[in-house]
Design a protein around this ligand. Structure first.
Ligand code: FCB
Length: 452
């Protein structure tokens, strides 16, 4: 890569802390980049439906075209190769592979991921396949989605299809991306698809998702020799906004739901004590053993800590508070706190006793090209530099972290925020689909060269 327009600072991370086989990567997800929502037999997902509801997404944006990655994947893989990344985490779109969610598979959809996986491998990049990054087939949404206990079996069948088709070439699988976000925002707060705000719907959805995780792990283990299996969790320290007992209690609740309700049962066969009773009505005999299956790694997504406040009117009793005004924030207003990242890495590694991969970290802003067409995203460079420095400190402190994936390769469809929040190392002009590496892409390529 040529860094032609700006001076790219040297990475601050202590290079001696990085093991030689440390995996540098980038992450994306199907609905956020693929587009082609009506092509080659793909059926709608709950996100297609959600985007069509007025007022749900900023600017009325949708994932209909997104980055047109479905047609431009070769260009995108070439971009990854030029960065020097060693691994690529993507997700498969369930409604592209099984348009009705179950039953007949869609051959053109299967063939798309064949091409993507083959080209990734040919570029010398390891494919990391995530089975679920929130785009549930609408046909299953119509049957209650995650609130329907049968979904554990539907998900296991989907996992079997993936294992049989791609298991000869893909060994790294994640069952779910950020289950706490998809269930809390999707079923308790109503912000994300399917837009439900109902306390019992959330508890059902969360428990059934955990059952689906365990069932899929068994299927993948049985079908893919040498499979390395995990799940991706967002974990962030939760601080009370004030020191009132109500805000302290709200922070404890948010912490339990956000950070523990998925990885704890998946690893320890138990819901966190603070909320375990709320799950009891939905837990049947044998469920906890079905959820807790042997795992090989844990994916950690982390951007910033959370500030919580009490909200008796909300379904779960908490709401997001504001960070102290003294704390720096990214362009989209997320607190910048690399020390919290270091502590989270140490704590996640210690608590779960699995090799940790940072499967997402990155900086959102609304960067635009300058008069020369360059995107000088200094804030993202500083953010990534500070966070990778903290990663080096965590490694030195003994955290078992094996890799780090930037969110994201490309600017993309950022859920409720539409195209206004850009997280890419590579800028996308959504009118022309032109890709332009930003300063941060050059910086990341330099970091990989220096440590690799
Ligand atoms: C995470 C999501 C990912 C992206 C980033 C910014 O919560 O997993 O899809 O939206 O945040």
């Amino acid at each position: 890569m040529n860094a032609k327009t700006t001076v790219i600072p040297k990475p601050s991370i202590d290079i001696s802390a990085i093991p030689a086989d440390f995996l540098w990567g980038v992450s994306t997800s199907s609905y956020q980049i693929e587009g082609a929502v009506n092509e080659d037999g793909r059926a709608p997902s709950i996100w297609d439906t959600h985007c069509r509801q007025k007022g749900r997404i900023a600017n009325g944006d949708t994932g209909d075209v997104a980055c047109d990655h479905y047609h431009r994947y070769l260009e995108d893989i070439a971009l990854m190769k030029s960065l020097g990344v060693k691994a690529y985490r993507f997700s498969t779109a369930w409604p592209r592979l099984l348009p009705r969610g179950r039953g007949a598979a869609n051959e053109p959809g299967l063939a798309f991921y064949d091409r993507l996986i083959d080209a990734t491998l040919e570029a010398g990049i390891e494919p990391w396949l995530c089975l679920y990054h929130w785009d549930l087939p609408q046909a299953l949404g119509d049957l209650g989605g995650w609130t329907n206990r049968d979904i554990a079996g539907w998900f296991a069948d989907y996992a079997a299809l993936i294992a049989r088709r791609y298991g000869d070439r893909v060994k790294r699988f994640a069952t779910f991306n950020e289950p706490s976000v998809s269930t809390i925002f999707g079923y308790a707060l109503g912000w994300n698809a399917p837009g439900v705000a109902d306390r019992s719907a959330y508890f059902k959805a969360a428990h059934h998702l955990n059952l689906a995780h365990g069932a899929a792990i068994d299927v993948l283990r049985d079908h893919v020799p040498g499979a390395l299996l995990g799940a991706v969790h967002n974990r962030q320290q939760v601080y009370p906004s004030t020191d009132t007992p109500e805000d302290i209690q709200a922070a404890a609740l948010l912490d339990a739901h956000w950070n523990l309700v998925f990885p704890d049962p998946q690893r320890f066969a138990a819901y966190p004590a603070l909320v375990a009773r709320d799950f009891e009505p939905y837990v049947q005999a044998g469920d906890m053993a079905r959820i807790c299956r042997p795992l090989d790694w844990l994916g950690l997504n982390h951007y910033s800590p959370i500030y919580a406040k009490t909200d008796p009117a909300s379904q779960l009793g908490f709401a997001w508070g504001s960070a102290p005004t003294s704390m720096q924030q990214t362009g989209i207003g997320w607190p910048i706190h690399p020390d919290a990242f270091r502590e989270e890495l140490i704590e996640t590694s210690r608590r779960y006793g699995l090799p940790v991969y940072v499967t997402e970290n990155g900086c959102g802003s609304n960067d635009a090209p300058n008069a020369e067409g360059a995107i000088l995203d200094e804030q993202r460079v500083h953010y990534l530099d500070a966070y990778t420095k903290a990663l080096g400190e965590a490694l030195k402190a003994g955290a078992d972290v094996r890799g780090y994936f930037v969110w994201s390769l490309l600017d993309n469809f950022e859920w409720g925020a539409g195209y206004g929040n850009r997280f890419g190392l590579v800028h996308v002009d959504f009118t022309t689909q032109k890709r332009t590496p930003k300063s941060s892409a050059h910086w990341y390529a330099g970091l990989i060269r220096a440590t690799g």
